[in-house]
Structure formats: C-alpha cells, structure tokens
Ligand binder design. Structure first.
Ligand code: ADP
Length: 160
C-alpha cells in the first residue's frame, strides 16, 4: 500500500492544489492532505475552516483524506504509515525553498521520501498569497479557486 502525505497551508485551497490532489489520487493508494496549523504563521482561514473547505473539495476522491496537524510533518507521516511526502513545484523559484525543506525533513526522518510534482502549466502562477491580495483589492479570483472558496475568500474582505 503506497500512501502519500500532501502537506500545506491551503489558506485557501486553490485550483493548483486540487490539480495536485487529482494527480496524486491516481498515483497513490491513499493520499492524506495535511493542513498545517503552525503557531508561527498567521492564516486568513482557521485550521477548521481550511479543513472544511478541503474536505468538501476532495470528497469526490474515495482515497483522499484530510487532516489538521500542528507538529512536524515527518511525524505525521511516520504515525500514519506514509513513506512519501508530496510537494508541488511551480516556478524555478520554488525549488530553492522546497529543496531545503526536503533536506531538513530527510534529516529529521530518513525513511520519508519527498517527491516533487511539477504544476500543470495553467496553474503556474497560482499562489494562495496572491489570491488573498487580489481579493483584498476587490479583484476577480473566480478562475483561480473553486466557487465556494471564492465566496469564502470574498466574505473575508467585505466591500463597503
Ligand atoms: P506551504 O505554506 O506549505 O507552502 P501552500 O498551501 O502554499 O503551503 O502549498 C502547499 C503545497 O501545494 C506545496 O507543495 C506547494 O508547492 C503546492 N502548490 C501550491 N500552489 C500550487 C500550484 N499552483 N500548482 C502546484 N502545486 C502548488
């Protein structure tokens, strides 16, 4: 049984994240989407809100589960019997950070392997941070996130 962990902030989940989930669901027997609840970071959506959005979005996939986790991701992987840590990479600029993160995680637990999956071209420039910024200025985010997520993001930035 090949189980992968797909960790992230998902603040909020985007079409880019869902593309990765879709492809992972076809590759692995089980994919655990793990929503980070990191005290050092500030989020627009609470962990519970992100969990609810993500759970609804992955409901079509019988082999994808969603979790909230506030500790090291390698610890989650070990406890849940996952040997693969999946990360998406977009532009080349992602590589430096992701490479370091992969090294760090490997140092923490040598049995968990990080795999990078390049984004599909149409999601190349999709970032949760950019989506929040566009929404804060009243821009249209409907092509970047699923409709319910767009609604949830808009509700965080009420227009006068
Ligand atoms: P983090 O704070 O851990 O980077 P994110 O929610 O930004 O969390 O991203 C979670 C994962 O999804 C990361 O592996 C990231 O590279 C990947 N990802 C984010 N956006 C995209 C995208 N547009 N295409 C492919 N992968 C993406």
């Amino acid at each position: 049984m090949l189980k992968a962990v797909f960790p992230g902030s998902f603040d909020p989940p985007t079409n880019g994240h869902l593309n990765l989930v879709h492809r992972a669901a076809a590759l692995f027997d089980e994919t655990d989407v793990v929503i980070a609840s990191n005290r050092m970071k500030s989020y627009l959506f609470s962990a519970e809100e992100r969990f609810r959005m993500m759970s609804e979005l992955v409901s079509p996939y019988a082999n994808v589960k969603v979790f909230i986790w506030d500790r090291l991701i390698v610890e989650f992987a070990e406890r849940n019997g996952a040997r693969i840590l999946l990360r998406g990479v977009r532009a080349l600029t992602d590589f430096g950070y992701e490479f370091e993160l992969a090294m760090t995680n490997r140092g923490l637990n040598g049995t968990v392997q990080t795999l990078f999956m390049p984004t599909d071209p149409q999601y190349f420039v999709l970032r949760s941070s950019a989506i929040k910024e566009i929404a804060a200025f009243g821009g249209d985010i409907s092509s970047m996130v699923p409709p319910k997520v767009a609604e949830a993001v808009r509700s965080k930035f009420p227009r006068p």
